[in-house]
Design a protein around this ligand. Structure first.
Ligand code: FES
Length: 114
Protein backbone atom coordinates (compact mmCIF):
# COMPACT_ATOMS: atom_id res chain seq x y z
CA UNK A 1 0.00 0.00 0.00
CA UNK A 2 1.40 3.40 -0.87
CA UNK A 3 1.97 5.90 1.92
CA UNK A 4 -0.56 8.66 2.30
CA UNK A 5 0.36 12.06 0.93
CA UNK A 6 3.04 13.21 -1.46
CA UNK A 7 6.64 13.46 -0.30
CA UNK A 8 7.65 17.11 -0.74
CA UNK A 9 10.74 17.63 1.44
CA UNK A 10 12.95 16.43 4.24
CA UNK A 11 12.48 18.23 7.54
CA UNK A 12 16.02 19.64 7.43
CA UNK A 13 15.32 21.36 4.11
CA UNK A 14 12.86 23.82 5.70
CA UNK A 15 14.60 26.03 8.28
CA UNK A 16 12.67 26.98 11.39
CA UNK A 17 10.64 30.11 10.76
CA UNK A 18 10.66 29.71 6.99
CA UNK A 19 8.66 28.18 4.19
CA UNK A 20 9.34 26.55 0.87
CA UNK A 21 7.20 26.56 -2.25
CA UNK A 22 6.05 23.27 -3.77
CA UNK A 23 5.03 23.53 -7.40
CA UNK A 24 1.36 22.87 -8.10
CA UNK A 25 2.40 20.26 -10.68
CA UNK A 26 3.99 18.14 -7.93
CA UNK A 27 0.77 18.04 -5.91
CA UNK A 28 -1.82 18.30 -8.69
CA UNK A 29 -3.28 21.37 -7.04
CA UNK A 30 -4.71 24.59 -8.47
CA UNK A 31 -2.08 26.71 -6.69
CA UNK A 32 1.48 26.18 -5.56
CA UNK A 33 1.64 25.12 -1.92
CA UNK A 34 3.76 26.72 0.80
CA UNK A 35 5.12 24.34 3.45
CA UNK A 36 6.23 26.02 6.67
CA UNK A 37 8.33 25.08 9.68
CA UNK A 38 7.12 26.83 12.82
CA UNK A 39 9.34 25.75 15.69
CA UNK A 40 9.52 22.16 14.44
CA UNK A 41 5.85 21.89 13.47
CA UNK A 42 5.03 21.75 9.78
CA UNK A 43 2.04 23.29 8.00
CA UNK A 44 0.89 23.71 4.40
CA UNK A 45 -1.20 26.47 2.84
CA UNK A 46 -1.93 27.61 -0.70
CA UNK A 47 1.10 29.69 -1.63
CA UNK A 48 -0.69 32.66 -3.17
CA UNK A 49 -1.92 35.28 -0.74
CA UNK A 50 -5.66 35.89 -1.02
CA UNK A 51 -5.13 39.67 -0.98
CA UNK A 52 -3.02 40.02 -4.12
CA UNK A 53 -0.43 37.65 -5.52
CA UNK A 54 2.45 37.47 -3.09
CA UNK A 55 4.06 34.13 -2.31
CA UNK A 56 3.36 33.19 1.30
CA UNK A 57 6.37 30.85 1.27
CA UNK A 58 8.45 34.04 1.33
CA UNK A 59 6.60 35.38 4.36
CA UNK A 60 7.54 35.50 8.02
CA UNK A 61 6.55 32.62 10.26
CA UNK A 62 6.08 32.93 14.00
CA UNK A 63 3.76 31.62 16.70
CA UNK A 64 1.43 29.76 14.36
CA UNK A 65 1.06 32.65 11.94
CA UNK A 66 2.51 33.51 8.53
CA UNK A 67 2.78 37.16 7.61
CA UNK A 68 2.55 37.99 3.92
CA UNK A 69 5.77 39.57 2.61
CA UNK A 70 3.94 42.17 0.51
CA UNK A 71 1.39 43.96 2.74
CA UNK A 72 1.73 42.06 6.03
CA UNK A 73 -1.65 40.29 5.92
CA UNK A 74 -1.57 37.39 8.38
CA UNK A 75 -2.94 33.84 8.23
CA UNK A 76 -3.20 31.03 10.75
CA UNK A 77 -0.85 28.19 9.78
CA UNK A 78 -3.23 25.54 11.13
CA UNK A 79 -6.31 26.37 9.11
CA UNK A 80 -5.49 29.32 6.84
CA UNK A 81 -7.89 31.64 8.67
CA UNK A 82 -7.16 35.29 8.01
CA UNK A 83 -5.79 37.09 11.07
CA UNK A 84 -5.24 40.65 9.91
CA UNK A 85 -5.90 43.20 7.19
CA UNK A 86 -5.45 43.91 4.37
CA UNK A 87 -6.25 40.25 3.69
CA UNK A 88 -9.94 39.45 4.24
CA UNK A 89 -10.27 35.97 2.74
CA UNK A 90 -8.94 32.77 4.29
CA UNK A 91 -6.28 30.84 2.42
CA UNK A 92 -6.80 27.10 1.80
CA UNK A 93 -4.85 24.70 3.95
CA UNK A 94 -3.53 21.22 3.24
CA UNK A 95 -2.78 18.35 5.59
CA UNK A 96 0.85 17.64 6.47
CA UNK A 97 2.09 14.25 7.61
CA UNK A 98 5.52 14.03 9.20
CA UNK A 99 7.05 10.59 9.24
CA UNK A 100 10.62 10.57 10.51
CA UNK A 101 12.30 13.26 8.40
CA UNK A 102 9.81 12.90 5.54
CA UNK A 103 7.37 15.76 5.05
CA UNK A 104 4.29 14.69 3.11
CA UNK A 105 1.39 16.81 1.96
CA UNK A 106 -2.14 15.52 1.44
CA UNK A 107 -3.69 18.01 -1.00
CA UNK A 108 -6.95 19.60 0.12
CA UNK A 109 -9.67 17.92 -2.03
CA UNK A 110 -11.17 21.36 -2.71
CA UNK A 111 -7.89 22.48 -4.28
CA UNK A 112 -7.20 19.62 -6.68
CA UNK A 113 -6.73 20.74 -10.28
CA UNK A 114 -9.42 19.40 -12.58
S1 FES B 1 -0.53 40.35 -1.17
FE1 FES B 1 -0.59 39.48 0.82
S2 FES B 1 -1.36 41.04 2.10
FE2 FES B 1 -1.31 41.93 0.11
Amino acid sequence: MSEEGILVAQAGEIPDGEGIKIDAAVLGTVDDVAVFNDDGEFFALDDTCTHETASLSEGWVENGIVECPLHAGKFCLKDGAVQSMPATVDVACHRVIVSGADIRVVPNPDRIAS
